[in-house]
Write a protein that binds this ligand. Structure first.
Ligand code: C5P
Length: 230
């Protein structure tokens, strides 16, 4: 089975308060998106990268890395799941249902290459697939409607879902279609697969793999990237 990357980059990034979506902001010498794409384009086992862009975006105006014909562009949708759906529909025309798809947020430019390697290694013969995740260092509280603690989660079992999230193309398409049909708004791919009754595997990833969301995250990402020497 081949490996494909799917990068949803069609969000508007409202929490960033910037003049453009966060994936197009500059981080060091390049855009956030260019850093993210390079991680996958450099990896020898990734056959192709599907980039999902917002409908008004001109790809020629973006600082996209040299891809040697391995980068494909698709138009996204209103929600992240719609954007992923469009990317999967495109892939279905050129990939097998058994091929692996790694969905990775455009806004996570600090994914360490070693984490990507570990994910591929750990899941290559897995029947379901899984995701990078980081153990929670904070104690997590579940709230009730009035903003009071309903209960405290067992921290030793709580993980933060990161990306990439890696599933077989056929399974992921089925999962997202089922979630949409049930009217469930999923915020990651694993949740959709869980709705099918499957249990994605958690592969421990580094907490430096942050999702740029708020203005201060850019500075933190800059520091992490400079340490990775990119
Ligand atoms: O908004 P959030 O931080 O969850 O977005 C995660 C990723 O999904 C970002 O890379 C964003 O560009 C992408 N996205 C998308 N289409 C949307 C919303 C978000 O591709 N409609």
């Amino acid at each position: 089975a081949a490996y494909w990357a799917l990068i949803p980059a069609a969000g508007v990034g409202r929490r960033m308060n910037a003049d453009r979506p966060k994936q197009f902001l500059t981080l060091g010498r390049r855009t956030v998106l260019a850093h993210t794409l390079s991680i996958f384009l450099r990896h020898p086992r990734i056959r192709g990268v599907v980039l999902v862009l917002g409908s008004g975006i001109d790809p020629d105006a973006l600082d996209l890395p040299e891809a040697g014909g391995r980068l494909f562009q698709v138009t996204g949708g209103a929600e992240r799941a719609d954007s992923v759906h469009n990317g999967l529909a495109f892939l279905a025309q050129r990939a097998d249902a058994d091929d692996w798809v790694l969905v990775h947020d455009a806004a996570r430019p600090c994914l360490p290459a070693a984490d990507l390697d570990r994910l591929l290694q750990a899941l290559s013969s897995d029947p379901v697939g899984g995701l990078l995740a980081a153990p929670s260092t904070d104690t997590l509280k579940l709230s009730d409607a009035a903003g009071r603690v309903e209960r405290t989660l067992d921290r030793s079992r709580v993980w933060r879902a990161l990306t990439p999230q890696m599933f077989r193309l056929g399974v992921l398409r089925e999962a997202l279609a089922a979630a949409a049909a049930a009217g469930v708004a999923v915020t990651d791919e694993a949740s959709a697969v869980e709705l099918l009754g499957r249990q994605p595997r958690l592969i421990e990833g580094s907490p430096v793999n942050i999702k740029i969301t708020r203005p201060e995250d850019l500075e933190i990402a800059h520091l992490y990237l400079s340490r990775q020497d990119r």
